[in-house]
Each structure stands twice: as structure tokens, then as C-alpha cells.
Design a protein around this ligand. Structure first.
Ligand code: HEC
Length: 125
């Protein structure tokens, strides 16, 4: 029984690790606005609200189709908007202001945070 528990914990921790970057980025920056409680008030797609995120991904798909040189994939379009800012979201999505070691979030950090918030798996996986 103890062996089984250990096995379970090992599996759990590796699962958590897979999305650590996305979750960390969410916790240090995006959560300030995208947390389910706050997001609706400022018209941001709420974290884990798959319906809201599907709309964003649908739109991103259109954008990437009409401008494939700039946006190879829908996620490129979304990451681009986080970087330049959109509506009330200022550029960098507060990543610059956070005190974490990975201050200026990388494209990969934005990408993983978007997948984390939208409950999607990275396309590359
Ligand atoms: C200051 C508040 C704020 C923070 C911090 C913030 N966002 Fe946003 N975000 C918004 C708002 C508001 C919108 C809706 C903008 C609109 O459509 O007008 C939005 C929209 C988005 C979109 C959809 C863009 C599109 O083109 O539809 C993505 C993707 C996104 N945020 C990702 C992130 C990520 C990743 C982080 C953390 C690194 C983050 N946001 C941090 C407020 C914020």
C-alpha cells in the first residue's frame, strides 16, 4: 500500500511539473486579472472558462489564417496580443512587474500560461 502511495505521488508530481511554467506565470502575473472572480468585471476571458477561451482561440484562428506570415498559428496571435497589450491588459500582462526570477516572461511562458488558463494541451505535446 505504501508503495502504491509513493507511486501515485511520483506520478502526480510529474504531471504537475509538466505545466509548472504555465501555472507559475499565471500565479505571478495573469491571475491578477484573469482569476475567475475578477475577469468578468474587466471583460477578460476568465481562467478555466473554456467557453470564453474557445472564442478567443476561434478568433485567433481567423487572424492567423488571414495573416499567416505574421501569425503562423493561433497561439502566435494570442501571445502577440499579450506582448503588445489589448484593452485593459497592458503589454506583458504584468510579467514585467512581478518579482519572480523570470521577470520578463518568455514567449514560452505566455504560451504555457494561455494553455493553462484555457485548459488546453500544448499543440506540440
Ligand atoms: C491588467 C489586467 C490583465 C493582466 C495582468 C493580464 N491580462 Fe490578459 N487580458 C486582460 C483583458 C481585460 C483582456 C481582454 C482584452 C480585450 O479583448 O479587450 C485580456 C485578454 C487576454 C487574451 C486574449 C487576447 C485576444 O486576442 O483575444 C490572452 C491570450 C491573455 N489575456 C493572456 C494573458 C496572459 C498570458 C497573462 C499573464 C502573463 C495576462 N493575460 C495578464 C487583462 C489582463
Amino acid at each position: 500500500m505504501r508503495k502504491l502511495n509513493t507511486l501515485f505521488l511520483v506520478m502526480l508530481s510529474s504531471m504537475l511539473h509538466a505545466n509548472q511554467l504555465g501555472e507559475n506565470t499565471y500565479q505571478i502575473a495573469c491571475k491578477n486579472c484573469h482569476s475567475p472572480k475578477l475577469a468578468v468585471a474587466i471583460k477578460a476571458p476568465a481562467a478555466f472558462d473554456t467557453k470564453a477561451w474557445n472564442k478567443r482561440f476561434d478568433n485567433a484562428e481567423q487572424e492567423s489564417k488571414s495573416n499567416p506570415t505574421q501569425f503562423k498559428t493561433p497561439i502566435d496571435y494570442l501571445v502577440y496580443n499579450v506582448k503588445i497589450g489589448k484593452g485593459l491588459m497592458y503589454h506583458g500582462g504584468l510579467c514585467n512587474e512581478s518579482d519572480e526570477p523570470n521577470k520578463n516572461c518568455s514567449d514560452e511562458a505566455f504560451t504555457q500560461a494561455i494553455y493553462y488558463m484555457s485548459d488546453r494541451k500544448a499543440a506540440a505535446e
